[in-house]
Structure formats: C-alpha cells, structure tokens
Design a protein around this ligand. Sequence first.
Ligand code: HEC
Ligand code: HEC
Length: 266
Amino acid sequence: MVSFIFIMFGLGWGVSSFLICIADEGPKRAKRPQPPRSGIEFVSPEIRAFQEDDFSSPAMLWATRGEHLWQETAGPRGESCQSCHHDAAQSMKGVSARYPKIDEPSGALLNVEARINRCRTEKQKAAAFAYDSESLLALTAYVGLQSRGMEMKVTIDEKNKARFESGQRLFSTRIGQMNLACTNCHDDNYGRKLLNDTISQGHINAYPAYRIEWQDFGSLHRRLRACFYGVRAQLPTAGSDELLDLELFLAWRSQGLPVETPGVRR
Ligand code: HEC
Ligand code: HEC
C-alpha cells in the first residue's frame, strides 16, 4: 500500500510543507539503493566545484591541520602519531573505507574518531579529544584523506552482526513528532526537494565534511543529529552506541562509493 502524507515542517527545516510518498511494506529487510549515488550528485554545481578543487575547498583546511597534528608529540613519552605510524599515506590508506570496525581485544565497535582516541589514551597516554573538537575533526579528516577515491567496504560478520542489525533497525524505525524513519526519506524519497535541499540517499562517504549551513566542518554524528532534530526526535549523543550502530549500517549501505573525505555539503 502506498500512502501520501502531507507534512508541515517546523523549526528544523524551516516552516514549509512537503509531500512525501511512503510505501508501507511492513518490516524492512536490509536493502539499499542500487546503484548507490553519492550525496555530491544531489548538491548544486557551486558546492560540487568547492569539493572538487582542493585549493578552494574549505574542508581541506582541516586535513592540513590534521597533517600538523599527526606530527605533534603528546603524553609522557613524547610520541606523535607519526612516531608509531610513520607515513600516513601508507599506514592510514584504506582505514576510513573499512571502518567502523570491532576492536579485537575489547570487542568495542570503533569508528575512526574512536580509534584515534584509543591511540591517544592507550598508546600516547594523553587526554582524549572531545567529539567534534577541532583536533579530532582534523585528524579524522587527515586519516580519511588517505583513503580518498577508495571504495567504501565494511565487512559484516559474526563479530559485528548484532551492531549492524541494531543500526538497520534504527534506520527503519519511525521516530520523533513527525513519525518518520530514515528510510522514508533516504530510500523512498531521494531526489525530491525539501526546502533548499534535495534529499539524497543519505550516504556517509564525505564525512567529516564542511557544511555551508554550519559554516563549519563537522562529524558524521553531527550530521546525523541534524536529521534527528529535523524530525523532532530526541537527539542521541555524538559517539554513542546508537549512532555507532547507525554508522556501521550506513557504511554498509554506502559500499562501493568512493571515499570523498573531507567533503563539502550544503
Ligand atoms: C524528513 C526527511 C529526512 C529524514 C527522516 C532523515 N533525513 Fe537525513 N537528510 C535529509 C536531508 C534533507 C539531508 C540533506 C540533503 C542530503 O540528503 O544530503 C539529509 C542528510 C543526511 C546525510 C548526509 C548525506 C550527505 O551526502 O551529506 C546522512 C548520512 C543522513 N541524512 C542520514 C540520515 C539518517 C541515519 C536518518 C535517520 C536517523 C535520517 N537521515 C533521517 C532528510 C532526512
Ligand atoms: C605508541 C604507538 C602509537 C601511537 C603513538 C599511535 N598509535 Fe595508532 N595504533 C598503534 C597500534 C599498535 C595500532 C594497532 C591496533 C592496536 O594495537 O590497538 C594502532 C592503530 C591505529 C589506527 C587503526 C589502523 C587500522 O588499520 O585499523 C588508527 C586510525 C590510528 N592508530 C591512528 C592514530 C593516530 C591518529 C595517532 C595520533 C593521535 C596514533 N594512532 C598514535 C600504535 C600507536
């Protein structure tokens, strides 16, 4: 059955109305848009030009900061990331394409930000960076840059299956005052206009990214929180298990797309 719902948008996306088409298929199985199309295909030519030119891309400033931080020493032994990992172009190549990943000894699901903070606290013995702090964003951008152009490819296996399924459930569960699930917009309505945005398939291959609307560089979890806010749902904390589960599912959904980190979006 297909129903049309007329929705009034309040604060999050400005006051506007929007016609959305929701196919009611009952419980959703793991599906993803085929072929996957990057969010860059849904932005204006101006924004696309920003991302495609490293000299004008505001996002590249964070990667450059990350390159400096890579060499900065911290902790009692005076070690930098470079002391252990040497040339990032070699040691970090492919990392952002295959994360989030289960950390073998602890069993924890780590995205790139959490992995960097593990090294920060356990290897360097220095204080963890706050989520969305300039330093953590810069290092995540720099690590991500080493995978640019590589295909997103996360492995789903016995170790991360439960986390994946939790993320998949979250993606198709209706939330907030608007009672909408991620899938209602990013599977069922991509290509449609929502105010100044064109809804994309909701892929994660550009993050962390510079958003014109933020006038700032931000993490994937910040972007996801903006979607929770848009439907008037309770906001999960950046770095929380809930958002990590979603990130794992979204990484699987984005598979095959090239890493664009550090990207630019509206
Ligand atoms: C009411 C429609 C709507 C819902 C529901 C929604 N989003 Fe979004 N989302 C958007 C819009 C609009 C954008 C900005 C344009 C775009 O799609 O890239 C966006 C952007 C994104 C992006 C960034 C894509 C990119 O290339 O920059 C991701 C990832 C995303 N959403 C994931 C989610 C997840 C996960 C959920 C569920 C928790 C969700 N969205 C719920 C409308 C929605
Ligand atoms: C004292 C050595 C040491 C330092 C300093 C160090 N790391 Fe690590 N790092 C490791 C080891 C060893 C691993 C492999 C996983 C493990 O043993 O926990 C690793 C793993 C990683 C990974 C995951 C790589 C993969 O292929 O999955 C990333 C990303 C990373 N480190 C980033 C950093 C960053 C960024 C810094 C600086 C803030 C840093 N590391 C500092 C030793 C170090």
